[in-house]
Design a protein around this ligand. Structure first.
Ligand code: SF4
Length: 453
């Protein structure tokens, strides 16, 4: 490993990164086989080399590998880090920076900033930085984080409003930061100067390490690079709207990015359930458990708001979009399984809104502000409707367990025979779907037999 790691390895949008981009020369080179790149990949310490497809041959291949790494790491339980070890070899920096710019441009040109692809690109950059920092020595890590922060923040008097974008998009939370008179304190000396005489009974240096230290500096740096990545994609999108013909290499790469994301969800997102895979499919209300059927009819007495928002919204959304959440045990966002949000709009929300309307009094007529809470439970933040740009501001709530239903909404739980072996209404639904399928298969086999007679 080099003594001095280039800032561009962590922040491709740095001055060093820009120099690398300028040195690329002819853009068409991004598709040519590059021996230097392949050599760096094959010489990376723990790199798996058993298959040629594991080795990127050119800049575009490397760009795809970058996204593939993120998608597989997130979704594939058999993820093998050795297949992507080259991404952590500091010598790859001059190729990696170009791959980063190719990805941002492809996403910006084809999908724009409010797309799932854009979100994935920004998140993957954040994760890559975290993982890269984790592989550096303590000294290298501290040095590079300080260098990058110094280049991103030019003032010593840092008002909290400097992070307005990051705070409003919930990338950073104010309570993560230490404020003094409206200014954010990151620097050790600054902290000691301001607080040393106010701290009693503990060493101010220790307090600094506990409250700020490397952890907060890294967090701020990573979130700033992520925000700048998002801003760059936005800028590319705006420029491309004015241009007539986007570069076909970028358009092809954009298609490939979507393919990689779709493949990662299809191949790794859904695993085994009851005797077979529990795939996301159109909802079958006949397979709903008694508690869900009751809410679907509309709540006539107490517990209306919680029944619709806390109970029904997670149930319907997971049952339709990600029924194997508990067996997979992989956290997802809705756009991972419904990239355009069309299923949410056309199938999930109408069912929930229908049930809300059947309540007396109807929920959203009575309390329209509760639409915001519903939206938050789907992971789209405190807003009126689901929009990709807000996704991740809140968490997509998983369905309540039977135990919780019995405690918080006891009037809903009227168990039937099928409730005996399950611990969550979603498991009831999956089991019933599987049963229905098995029965209809048996029926059609019997019918076929009859036909042959
Ligand atoms: S046991 Fe569970 S699934 Fe059955 S009615 Fe009660 S809460 Fe619903």
């Amino acid at each position: 490993m080099n003594i001095m790691v280039s800032a561009a390895f962590i922040n491709p949008l740095s001055d060093e990164g820009e120099i690398i981009v300028r040195e690329l020369g002819d853009f068409e080179r991004v598709l040519s086989d590059n021996d230097d790149l392949m050599q760096i990949v094959t010489e990376s310490r723990s790199q798996e080399l058993s298959d040629d497809s594991l080795i990127p041959h050119n800049y575009v291949d490397l760009a795809i590998k970058r996204i593939e790494w993120y998608a597989k790491k997130k979704n594939d339980r058999n993820f093998d880090h050795k297949q992507y070890d080259f991404l952590f070899n500091t010598e790859i920096v001059k190729f990696d920076v170009i791959a980063f710019y190719l990805l941002c441009q492809a996403v910006g040109v084809k999908y724009g900033p409010n797309s799932r692809e854009s979100r994935v690109m920004v998140e993957s950059q954040g994760k890559l930085i975290e993982n890269r920092l984790g592989k550096l020595s303590k000294n290298e890590r501290g040095e590079i984080v300080t260098n990058i922060l110094n280049s991103l923040i030019s003032t010593t008097h840092l008002k909290w409003t400097f992070f307005e974008d990051l705070i409003s998009t919930k990338k950073l939370k104010l309570h993560d930061l230490i404020l003094d008179k409206g200014e954010i304190i990151l620097d050790r000396e600054d902290f000691l100067e301001r607080f040393s005489n106010k701290i009693q009974g503990r060493k101010p240096e220790k307090m600094y390490e506990a409250l700020i230290g490397d952890r907060i500096k890294e967090l701020v740096m990573i979130k700033m690079v992520m925000q700048n990545t998002e801003n760059y994609i936005l800028k590319v999108g705006e420029i491309s709207e004015r241009e007539i013909e986007p570069n076909p290499i970028l358009l092809k790469l954009a298609d490939k990015i979507s393919e990689v994301l779709a493949a990662s969800v299809q191949s790794y997102g859904f695993g085994s359930g009851y005797g077979g895979s529990v795939k996301a499919s159109v909802l079958n209300p006949k397979a709903f458990p008694p508690c869900v059927k009751k809410v679907m009819e509309g709540m006539k007495s107490g517990g209306r708001n919680d029944a619709i928002i806390m109970f029904l919204t997670p149930f319907i959304s997971y049952a339709r979009l990600y029924p194997s959440v508990f067996s997979e045990n992989v956290t997802k966002q809705i756009s991972d399984v419904d990239p355009t949000l069309l299923i949410v709009q056309n199938e999930v929300l109408p069912l929930i809104f229908g049930a809300a309307e059947r309540c007396s009094p109807p929920l959203f007529e009575d309390q329209p502000q509760d639409k915001v809470n519903l939206n938050a439970k789907l992971g789209f933040g405190m807003h009126q409707k689901p929009e990709l740009k807000n996704e991740g501001e809140t968490t997509w709530y998983t369905p309540m367990s039977c135990e919780k239903v019995k405690i918080h909404l006891p009037s809903l739980c009227k168990p039937d025979e099928n409730c005996k072996k399950i611990g969550n209404p979603l498991s009831y639904y999956n089991r019933m779907i599987w049963k229905v399928k098995k029965e209809s298969k048996a029926e059609s086999a019997a019918e076929q037999k009859d036909d042959k007679r």
